[in-house]
Design a protein around this ligand. Structure first.
Ligand code: URA
Length: 483
């Protein structure tokens, strides 16, 4: 029985595996005839490379083998597993499908199906953990450049990288792992060899801010250490700045729950919060995630805009709002009052919402940038469009709001909001009013900013711009009607 050797490069590549498997199948090479080689391994039985088969074999079956989409997806996921046996396993399954067992995947008790499913689940879990636990650190001396170190269990860097490119489109970043690295320059992903942890920066300044946020949202009443260990296994802790807080937070949880019971209601705090990022005393944390986020954002120094501004203007609206409206940044009136959309642009927005029968109090209103950017002209403060660095610096707050409110629909008002939500390549005028789906399934569209409508002068031009805004926002009424 002739034997052949085959090496998949890179070993997680579906295309490379598919080419090899198709070639073997066309030449009726059975699973037992194939040596799947790993890394630098050589064939112990001196089997020639499979690619040479076309030169020596006189027959090949040209009829292609069709497999289901489910099998292709299973193969793509399994290939990312580190188990060397995944390659023969997948070929054996393909062989069986091609030789009469078309319904193989529908037999969940089959040992091959069971094993492939287990491998695929492990890869999915690892992918999920990487999405959740990668933490970027600022590269010292470089503006807006970040590096994260991560140690995944499997070959998942290529699989997960597009997620980070979508999520952090406007940043330059790299993720280093022991066997593969990936870089994003704002336009394209580039993959490279593995690195060491020493190539990544150590702790950066924003981690203190992150710990502040984490300590604030940690709710001792919801602590379930078993679930926590399942969701956040201790081997990932080395990647997480908040991990240093956990032992103490867990130790104090019992006392804090007791204090929460004992505490009498506090009157609302009317004072504008201090611009300090000092840790709130755990005893005053109330477990409301959005409030905690708001408190942490009040001390945000992630970009220079905080300094001339009066205060952080955080989002407002019901925590369970179905619809979130994202504007650009607070204007003069918002900066002074601390509330979003209360100035002239907000009033125009109110008019449009009223016309459509949408109750503003049911919406969550926020901005891509939470501090007012302006230039001084005499006594006046003139709005100045925020730059991409400001949008990026503010993105964690917006993402935190989205994650807490979990709206069904997000509306971006203007190009800055669209950049924050959809990424830097989004063109507003070509896409306005068009539905898009975000990574987590949330539906979103962008339209013009009410302030842009106001800038269209008086008369017909402004009326036309206003009608356009109303027509775009009508999507919200249609979405409500369509359930
Ligand atoms: N413009 C915005 O984008 N947001 C506001 O809150 C006010 C004006």
């Amino acid at each position: 029985m002739a034997r052949w050797s085959v090496r998949i490069d890179p070993p997680w590549s579906l295309d490379a595996w598919r080419d090899a498997a198709r070639l073997a199948l066309r030449h009726a090479v059975s699973p037992e005839q194939l040596d799947w080689l790993h890394g630098e391994e050589v064939s112990l039985l001196d089997a020639p490379p499979l690619q040479a088969i076309e030169a020596v074999a006189d027959t090949a079956h040209d009829a292609p083998t069709y497999v289901s989409k489910a099998f292709v997806e299973l193969a793509a996921t399994c290939l990312c597993h580190r188990d060397p046996q995944r390659l023969p396993l997948l070929y054996r399954m393909l062989w069986r499908i091609a030789h009469g067992e078309r319904g193989l995947l529908a037999t969940p008790t089959d040992p091959d199906v069971l094993r492939a499913t287990a491998l695929s689940q492990a890869v999915r879990r690892d992918t999920h953990k990487m999405k959740a636990f990668v933490r970027f650190r600022e590269v010292p001396g470089e503006q807006d450049a970040f590096i994260a170190w991560f140690e995944p269990d499997h070959h998942i860097v290529d699989r997960v990288a597009p997620f980070f490119a979508r999520r952090f489109t406007g940043m330059r970043w790299a993720i280093l792992t022991p066997s593969r690295s990936v870089r994003w320059d704002g336009h394209a992903l580039t993959f490279g060899p593995g690195q060491t942890q020493a190539d990544a920066p150590t702790e950066d300044a924003r981690e203190e801010l992150w710990r502040t946020y984490y300590a604030n949202i940690f709710n001792p009443a919801r602590l379930n250490t078993r679930m926590m260990q399942q969701e956040m296994p201790t081997r990932y802790w080395k990647h997480l700045p908040e991990a240093t807080l956990l032992p103490q937070l867990v130790r104090d949880a019992g006392d804090r729950v007791q204090e929460m019971h004992d505490r009498t209601a506090q009157p609302p705090q009317r004072r504008i919060p201090e611009r300090s990022i000092a840790l709130r005393s755990p005893a005053t944390a109330n477990g409301d995630d959005l409030d905690a986020l708001r408190t942490a954002a009040a001390g945000c120094h992630r970009c220079p805009l905080w300094e001339p501004a009066t205060q952080t203007v955080f989002g407002e609206g019901p925590q369970n709002a179905r619809i979130m409206l994202v504007g650009e940044q607070p204007g003069d009136a918002e900066d002074l009052s601390g509330h979003p959309f209360v100035g002239p642009a907000g009033q125009l927005l109110d008019r449009a919402l009223r016309e459509l029968g949408i109750d503003r109090s049911t919406l969550y209103l926020t901005n891509a940038v939470k501090h007012f950017r302006f230039e001084r002209r005499g006594k006046r403060r003139i709005h100045s469009t925020p730059q991409i660095t400001h949008i990026n610096a503010c993105r964690p707050w917006l993402m935190g709001e989205i994650e807490n409110v979990r709206p069904q629909v997000i509306v971006c008002l203007g190009a800055s909001a669209a950049t924050a939500v959809f990424g830097a390549g989004f063109t507003l005028m070509a896409n306005r009013g068009r539905w898009h789906s975000l990574e987590d399934g949330t539906r979103a569209f962008a339209t013009v900013h009410p302030a842009w409508v106001l800038r269209q002068g008086e008369g017909e031009a402004r009326e036309e711009a206003y009608r356009g805004l109303v027509e775009d926002l009508r999507r919200l009424v249609e979405a409500r009607r369509d359930g």
